[in-house]
Design a protein. Structure first.
Length: 614
């Protein structure tokens, strides 16, 4: 008998599965019954279908009903007498993920690491919904068991607890065993794989892609459709011979059924392909699809070329839809951003900005501006920009601190009914950054509550060290040796082509795309381009946007200030621009002619007005 305290009340389960299986556990071959002195009821052990070495005990304690693997009962019962708060107050607990509906922690239990997923029910409708379909922990437990029974590697469930109040489950938790030496697929690709020697890294990467393709084919053949299949929900560990081993996790939303058809499998793989696009090359994806097709037994599978085209097209649609949904995240408090309202201001900032700094900015938003007037960057009728210092969690950081002010009384009246320019710049700057477009990321936005008429708003963005606008960079290159100037200008043209092409491929147009709003950072043989001043940016559903030729023509008109720029440099820019789109989308020669026509009109219009063409 296991040492179970007599104060615990146990509930008998008559419907438990009594099937016998060869077990290596010390309790194998006999059923465990634990009698309570208080109630006389018995707790029975059921064999686990998916994990043959596990038998489970069902009992109740402290208004919580438990299902625990038999070999972990003693450790669970002895751990702070099953107090519910013990899951969160354990000294060695590490919070992995925190949200309004669940909290995931990693802690040491019974000599090993375990993950405790604590599900909350913040609203009454969550409790009512769980009354109909079962608690979140129970649903995930049952899916884990069924997935493992179908032969798909996953985590081992150790305990499931449901707190019952008034006959309804108000909270639940699931304890799973940590897989030793395992990490998520994205972490493996970003951290561990680059640390291997060159030849070993290439071999390991190939093995990883082959194994991943076979693993996903195995999942789909088993009839498992994961509703959130991305690299963070696939664990990678190495076997004895160095071959990768995969496990599927976070299966609360898994749908189980027959082997997936190609249509269902394609929809399931789109999210994984979209998230992994930045971590893989075209040859990597081809190797993965070959391994996947080799292990599928679906007759209607198309050829590899069609598979790659369908998945990539679906991945692009998925990412656009995902980012449109996430564009409102910078306005709310979450793990990346924080929204704060004080008595005198409304603030939006990154989580790395300390609370005391926010309070100071809310009370005196103009302090960084007047304290750094000796470092001006831009002065115009509608804005003032200085280089300032802002305290963050990583220490003092240089920022571009911008003050938006109305140009005249008419603009001040219009701002009473329109949006704040600083808030608009905050949202658009975060939208560009989240899509991987090189820009100066906004760090904080401050909008004083009073006065509404003629008020000034403030925006702090990342300061790019060593950056200069495209005009200044071009004028500096004009004095270089011809061979050196040509080589550096070619690198700059390719970098600009990638930047503008990526922006247009996302359906984003810049209403004021000119050389002064493009920054160039040159470090050694590398040239990076950034886009700034995003007040006139528009996010559309078209790729490329309808305003793309006008954006490029506005940029091309400014080349009049740099007569040394050759047609071959412009051709390199356009070819790199076209590579950011799916093949066949952009015909750069036709686009060249359209840009030249529009640029000529812009130059003529400026000459008629007596303006300088820049």
């Amino acid at each position: 008998m296991l040492p179970i305290p007599a104060t615990l009340g146990f509930r008998h389960r008559d419907d438990l599965d009594r099937e016998k299986a060869p077990l290596s556990h010390p309790l194998a071959g006999r059923e465990l019954e634990v009698h309570s002195a208080a109630s006389g009821s018995a707790a029975s052990v059921e064999p686990a279908r998916a994990f043959p070495n596990d038998r489970h005990v069902h009992f109740a304690a402290d208004n919580t009903r438990w299902q625990v693997a038999a070999q972990w009962v003693a450790a669970l019962v002895g751990w702070r007498s099953l107090r519910w708060s013990a899951w969160q107050t354990q000294r060695r607990a590490l919070v992995v993920k925190r949200g309004p509906h669940r909290t995931v922690t990693c802690t040491q239990w019974n000599g090993g690491n375990v993950y405790v997923k604590h599900f909350h029910s913040p609203h009454w409708w969550n409790v009512a919904r769980d009354l109909l379909r079962g608690s979140a922990a129970r649903r995930e437990w049952e899916r884990i068991v069924e997935i493992a029974r179908r032969g798909v590697p996953t985590v081992r469930p150790l305990a499931c607890g449901e707190r019952v109040q008034g006959g309804m489950v108000t909270e639940s938790c699931l304890v799973t065993e940590a897989i030793e030496g395992a990490c998520t697929l994205d972490e493996y690709l970003a951290r561990q794989l680059p640390s291997f020697p060159t030849h070993e890294g290439i071999r390991t990467r190939r093995q990883l892609l082959d194994g991943l393709g076979a693993f996903l084919a195995r999942i789909h053949e088993a009839g498992v459709q994961h509703n959130d299949l991305h690299m963070g929900n696939i664990l990678v560990s190495c076997r004895e011979h160095g071959l990768p081993n995969f496990h599927l996790i976070d299966v609360s939303g898994v749908r189980l059924g027959k082997p997936l058809s190609w249509r269902s499998a394609r929809e399931n793989l789109v999210a994984l392909a979209a998230i992994a696009r930045d971590h893989t090359t075209r040859s990597d994806r081809l190797r993965f699809w070959r391994a996947y097709v080799a292990h599928r037994r679906v007759p209607e599978l198309p050829d590899l070329r069609s598979i790659a085209e369908q998945i990539q097209a679906g991945a692009r649609r998925f990412l656009r839809r995902l980012h449109r949904q996430r564009d409102k995240r910078p306005l709310r408090t979450n793990r990346d951003y924080q929204a704060v309202r004080t008595n005198g201001a409304r603030l939006h900032c990154l989580q790395e900005i300390a609370k005391d700094v926010l309070q100071e900015l809310g009370q005196h938003p103009e302090a960084p501006l007047w304290g750094h007037l000796e470092h001006p960057v831009k002065l115009s009728h509608s804005s003032l920009v200085v280089r300032a210092i802002l305290s963050t969690a990583h220490g003092p950081a240089a920022v571009a601190y911008k003050c938006y002010r109305p140009r005249n009384w008419w603009k001040a009246i219009c701002r009473l009914f329109g949006r704040d320019r600083a808030l608009h710049g905050w949202r658009l700057g975060q939208a560009l950054f989240e899509r991987g477009i090189a820009t100066a990321r906004p760090l904080a936005m401050i909008a004083p509550s009073r006065p509404r008429f003629g008020r000034r708003t403030y925006l702090a963005t990342q300061w790019l060290e060593g950056a200069e606008n495209l005009h200044l960079y071009g004028w500096r290159l004009a004095g270089a040796e011809p061979a050196d100037r040509r080589r550096r200008a070619d690198r700059c043209a390719r970098s600009l082509g990638r930047l503008v092409g990526t922006m247009h491929a996302w359906g984003i147009s810049h209403g004021d795309l000119k050389a002064t709003n493009l920054l160039v950072v040159e470090s050694g043989e590398r040239v990076d381009a950034y886009v700034i001043d995003v007040d006139d940016v528009r996010v559309t559903r078209h790729a490329p946007p309808k305003a793309a030729p006008a954006d490029l023509a506005r940029l091309a008109a400014g080349l009049a200030a740099h007569p040394w720029v050759t047609r071959s440099m412009c051709a390199r820019f356009l070819r790199e621009y076209a590579r950011q789109f799916p093949p066949g989308t952009i015909h750069w020669k036709a686009l060249w002619r359209e840009i030249a026509s529009l640029a000529g009109r812009i130059a003529s219009r400026k000459r008629r007005r007596g303006e300088r063409v820049l």
